[in-house]
Design a binder for this molecule. Structure first.
Ligand code: LIP
Length: 264
């Protein structure tokens, strides 16, 4: 493994663990927190800001020349950038649902290289380095062997960033194709669950870079096919995402809009 990547993986892994435990402490005290809405169904808690500040301080100390982008404090990135969602699944966090995580990815020259997704309330730590496989709690993970869309479970993410009608139409097409559909309100964990075969695909008509960069590495290393998310102004503007186990990739590609091409 490239020493530039390995030292980052080794040092930042521990930083993500500490960030997750900080977030878990806030989660256990959530009744004391100031919880607000950034917009329709777009939740924000004190934990989001505190965890992102922690990540920025620790990564900045360890790798002062790396750039950092975060959901709450912004940034534009660069050739060696960390992209963080301090609490992905904030709506769940705010309501006491354990389906939330700290998501942190690293990209070099626009290529996703390292992914960490830590769901501390569920004691699940996902990680991957490009070319070195994906694990959950240090055990290798792989996508599901599903080959029949009529046996598939697909998660479709939603946010108010796109018309609700587009979402409902996508649900309809996906179910018409034979799959069952779910939503768990954390894009990062949605990608991680494809990687460990709890679902067969994750799709969202628009998602932000901080939600998916870590999951791009983890799911691809677990064998998923994914569209070219890192195109255009992806870091600051986001893109559609489609992440699928190979056996039903063509079935899902056909029903997904906007049209995307899955990459091997
Ligand atoms: C979440 C995203 C997810 C979306 C959720 C929510 P947040 O991010 O990861 O893709 O479907 O509605 O936006 O706001 O919890 O960090």
């Amino acid at each position: 493994m490239d020493p530039f990547i390995q030292e980052r993986r080794d040092i930042v892994r521990d930083i993500v663990r500490e960030a997750g435990l900080l977030a878990l402490d806030y989660f256990q005290r959530r009744h004391e927190l100031v919880i607000s809405l950034k917009g329709r169904q777009d939740w924000l808690t004190e934990a989001d800001g505190a965890v992102e500040t922690f990540l920025r301080q620790k990564i900045g100390q360890a790798f002062p020349n790396d750039q950092i982008v975060g959901e709450e404090q912004g940034g534009t990135g660069g050739d060696a950038m960390w992209i963080a969602d301090p609490i992905d699944g904030t709506a769940n966090f705010a309501r006491g649902d354990r389906q939330w995580c700290v998501s942190l990815g690293f990209a070099r020259h626009g290529v996703p290289e390292i992914g960490f997704i830590f769901a501390p309330a569920q004691d699940e730590f996902y990680e991957a380095v490009r070319g070195a496989g994906a694990t959950m709690n240090d055990q290798p993970i792989r996508v599901a062997p599903t080959h029949d869309i009529r046996h598939a479970v697909i998660e479709l993410g939603w946010s108010p960033r796109r018309p609700t009608g587009d979402y409902l139409a996508l649900i309809g097409r996906t179910m018409e194709a034979g799959a069952t559909v779910k939503r768990s309100a954390s894009g990062a964990l949605g990608m991680a669950h494809v990687a460990n075969s709890r679902t067969d695909g994750y799709g969202e008509v628009h998602i932000n870079s901080w939600d998916v960069l870590a999951g791009l590495v983890i799911a691809r290393e677990a064998g998923a096919l994914i569209n070219d998310f890192c195109s255009g102004p992806w870091v600051t503007e986001g893109n559609p995402i489609l992440c699928v186990t190979p056996g039903i990739a063509k079935d899902l590609e056909k029903v997904f809009e906007p049209r995307v091409e899955l990459q091997t």
